[in-house]
Design a protein around this ligand. Structure first.
Ligand code: FDA
Length: 467
């Protein structure tokens, strides 16, 4: 398979357009087509491979939706219109200003933009109870390749289906989403419980694989695996952090955990009751900050380099398998800093595999996110870490899905395959990466693309090609 290596220097856009009104976007599409330039659409700018602001096939322009941030909440009907340039932090904040019992199911990092996030899925701490963000979209406004402004009715159900998990960038410029707001209890409970290898982490993580999908859907036990120093002998060990949201109070949570997951040894003193919006701060490591910190658009991870990859697990990994993963993790620190295991099942698996392009439904136990972060500037550090995480990914092959080895679009990874330069990618070539992200839905996405953008104007290194 072709392996992607960023060229040096990274190509720069000819111009960055920051439209103020919809007609500016229409004009940008018209001019770009006329002058044979590509468009990159940027909402929150969190794409792992930078596809919202980089094109390896210059010339290109960036349409940055930073001025499209308005959010309108309709409490009576439990709906909201949110413009594509708003962040999920802004959305959560605005909902909480209007009602203490409404919320939305999307990601954890407040600076992520709704334009890219919702169109690629949007997994978060309420996803076992409410599905992903894309499952809760009820209408959208989009500008198509001909500059027409379309809503759900005028774009038709095929295109509306495609942009809810198929990635917006292949189909047009999404201007706004209408979403269904979700009922959240006045009080939720959070906890973070850490267990190292010396504290039986292997057995607990092994058990977690059987419990985390079956337990009450109101409970999402996310698992973070990091290196840490053992409190017993100071030696480096693996620490499993169980980071959890329960949509209810501690009095109902404790018996539930005692019955289904006693191995974790959860104590009342580990649990904190709070409002749903305070839990957003908690999971973003912002507890104690004023709520309006959620309006901040600057990511706290600025100034570091990062590469992420993803996998899906359908069969629990044996204790021996987990032990060999820990061994590798400790032996080769340059390969990875952190693994996240995010439980699925619940509402996620009740929705059919083809209801949206996001195919990770019944049968998926959990996803794995691998991340390596570094600060050292230069090619040698870049190569060391990129090659490192690729080796770790290769090492994980026996434990994860096969044929295809599934991946999550929102954790964009050009290593899983990419389009040819120019406009010449065939269905077969794109299937290499397309089946990994979309499974059985890839074919329908190609048909929608062929219908709405047959000339492939909206394209990037991993866009859906037309037939
Ligand atoms: P960005 O603007 O970079 O866009 C991403 C892609 O969508 C690009 O291809 C872009 O062209 C396209 N696009 C953007 N706006 C568009 C529009 N209006 N119309 C058409 N196409 C558009 N994911 C998750 O599911 N759960 C999580 O908890 C997190 N957490 C998280 C934390 C951090 C720190 C990062 C960096 C990323 C995540 N993610 C995540 C992944 C995130 O969901 C993913 O990167 C999204 O694509 C980000 O959307 P943005 O709008 O910010 O990205």
């Amino acid at each position: 398979m072709e392996r992607f290596l960023p060229p040096a220097p990274i190509p720069k856009p000819l111009v960055i357009i920051t439209p103020l009104v919809e007609s500016h976007i229409q004009a940008a599409i018209y001019c770009s087509k006329k002058h044979d330039m590509q468009i990159r659409v940027r909402s929150g700018g969190h794409d792992y491979e930078g596809l919202s602001y980089i094109s390896y096939q210059a010339p290109f322009v960036i349409v940055d939706l930073v001025n499209f941030q308005s959010i309108t909440i309709d409490v009576e009907n439990s709906t909201a219109w949110v413009q594509a340039g708003a962040t999920i932090g802004q959305l959560y904040y605005t909902i909480a200003q209007k009602s203490p019992t409404l919320g939305f199911s999307a990601g954890v990092c407040p600076t992520v933009g709704v334009g890219g996030h919702f169109s690629g899925g949007g997994y978060g701490m309420m996803s076992r109870n409410y599905g992903i963000a894309a499952d809760n979209i009820i209408d959208a406004r989009l500008i198509d390749v001909n500059g027409r402004i379309l809503d759900r009715k005028s774009m038709g159900e095929d295109l509306f289906w495609a942009i809810r998990g198929g990635g917006g960038a292949s189909f047009g410029v999404i201007i706004a989403w209408q979403i269904k707001l979700l009922q959240v209890p006045k009080i939720v409970t959070v906890f973070t419980v850490n267990r190292t290898l010396e504290q039986n982490a292997t057995k607990i993580v092994h058990r977690w694989q059987y419990v985390s999908g079956k337990i009450d859907e109101k409970l999402l036990l996310r698992l973070f695996l990091r290196r840490a120093n053992s409190s017993q002998d100071g030696k480096e060990t693996v620490q499993a952090s169980f980071v959890t949201l329960y949509l209810g109070g501690v009095d109902t949570l404790l018996p539930l955990m005692e019955q289904s997951f006693p191995e974790l040894g959860l104590a009342r003193s580990d649990c904190i009751e709070m409002s749903w919006i305070d839990s957003i701060l908690y999971f973003a490591s912002l507890s104690g900050e004023p709520l309006d910190v959620l309006l901040n658009r600057t990511s706290s991870v600025s100034g570091t380099y990062f590469k992420g990859k993803s996998d899906y697990v359908t069969e629990p990994i044996s204790e021996t398998g987990l032990e060999s993963i820990w061994k590798r993790f400790l032996e080769y620190p340059e390969e990875m800093n952190e693994m996240q295991f995010s439980p699925y099942v619940g509402r996620l698996s009740e929705i059919s595999e083809s209801a949206t392009p996001f195919p990770h439904r019944a049968g998926t136990l959990y996803s794995i996110h691998y991340g390596v972060v570094w600060t050292e500037v230069g090619k040698s550090a870049l190569n060391r870490h990129i090659r490192g995480i690729r080796r770790f990914y290769s090492f994980m092959t026996p434990y994860v899905t096969k044929n295809p080895r599934s991946a999550y679009l929102n954790y964009r990874d050009l290593d899983v395959g990419l389009n040819n330069k120019g406009n010449t990618t065939s269905y077969e070539q794109a299937s290499i990466w397309g089946l990994k992200y979309y499974g059985i839905n890839f074919k329908r996405l190609v048909h929608v693309k062929t219908k709405v953008d047959p000339g492939n104007f909206f394209r990037n290194e991993q866009s859906i090609p037309p037939l």
